[in-house]
Design a protein around this ligand. Sequence first.
Ligand SMILES: CC(=O)N[C@H]1[C@@H](OP(=O)(O)OP(=O)(O)OC[C@H]2O[C@@H](n3ccc(=O)[nH]c3=O)[C@H](O)[C@@H]2O)O[C@H](CO)[C@@H](O)[C@@H]1O
Ligand SMILES: C=C(OP(=O)(O)O)C(=O)O
Length: 416
Amino acid sequence: MSVIQVQGLRSLKGEIKIQGSKNAVLPMMAAAVLHKGTTVIHNVPRIQDVFCMLGILQRIGCICRLEDNTLVIDAATLTQAEIPEDYIKSMRSSIILSGPLLGRSGLAVTSFPGGCSIGERPIDLHLSAFRKLGAEVEEKAEKLIVSAKTLTGAEIEFPFPSVGATENALLASVNARGVTIIKGAAKEPEITALCDFLNNMGARIEGIGTSRLAVTGVTGFHDSEFSVAGDRIVAGTYLAAVMAAEGSVFINGIRPADLTAALSLSEKMGAELRSYKNGLEVSMKGRPRCADAVTEPYPGFPTDLQSPMMAVMASGQGSGRLTETIFEGRFGTAQELKKLGADIVIEGKQAIVHGHYPLAGNRVTAPDLRGGAALVIAGLACEGLTEIHECYHIERGYEDICRDLSSLGATIRGIE
Ligand SMILES: CC(=O)N[C@H]1[C@@H](OP(=O)(O)OP(=O)(O)OC[C@H]2O[C@@H](n3ccc(=O)[nH]c3=O)[C@H](O)[C@@H]2O)O[C@H](CO)[C@@H](O)[C@@H]1O
Ligand SMILES: C=C(OP(=O)(O)O)C(=O)O
């Protein structure tokens, strides 16, 4: 699907089941490499990033089978420690395989994944964690060679709670000799999920859910089975869609507690919410009011929902200020929203959004994954037809945004 067409001004109604979490499943798939046996993962979303990670696992010798939403990975047959370069380019988060490859075989060959449209995205914190565990990091002919005869537990302190670096530190230390203390760890629910996943395969991690993780190295893992939680960012995207389109929807299959900051922002903007153990009821009557929000590491307002909320505000009432502190490139979405008539002024890390309704349908281009989803949301609040190009970005993280929104009453379709 390369283009999405949205005919705006239809309200949303019904129930939607949320797919499994992208950011949780990718490090779990990488973690399977640690075990010379079988790992089964349930509720795996059928998205491009998962297919890409699957491609890498197969290229490095794992036997994988994805049936419906269940993935079986047999890593007993792992043959190589080099992450294929073509895959590194298409999925930046392939870097997450270097920790488990290092842990499994003492060697991980990769290359600098480089920046992307949302920002620079350096990996210095990942590499410093590997070094702390006793690995050597060498750059040779544009390849990055991380190697260690033995990994030894150490104290790793992150100056910033990087999600990926915390995951790589965990993945490299679970079978290091002795105890590793990770201070300044990220606390995102996906980190908690990875810790639970690793413990379920035999690791010993304590302090789960806090910024201080204690990992006692183990000498081996066992076969395991785990189910991925619903994707809180997809849930937040559909919450934003209901706010932009108005209506009433039950978002099923997520823990609202994982979205606290986004939910309180939505309530401030006028959404009526009711939380359940495993779902969220959202009702939006009238236009949302713009409000201020600052992106922060968890439990703060997530950067991944900044663009979707910008789309809601652009079609709302009043003015609001969005401050982006994590990924400097994410305001690329504003340029596209302006083509739909949005009134947004960028001042450094801040976007000042003056809402008005309706926006006006036009041809736009998805700048990145969440920016693409934001343009779909804006299309729901546009008079006329909105055509979003380069939707391969959206397919990285959403199983089928057209299927989901049309099931709620949107007039939306994907075109190859
Ligand atoms: C696959 C996945 O899980 N992706 C998520 C993950 O990305 P990712 O793991 O890449 O995000 P990080 O938490 O590492 O990055 C946050 C910030 O730290 C900086 N940084 C990071 C690593 C490093 O070595 N040096 C450094 O300076 C980054 O440039 C960025 O400014 O967390 C982000 C922040 O919640 C989310 O937006 C992404 O959806
Ligand atoms: C930035 C994101 O993902 P990734 O880290 O995989 O690019 C995202 O999910 O919004």
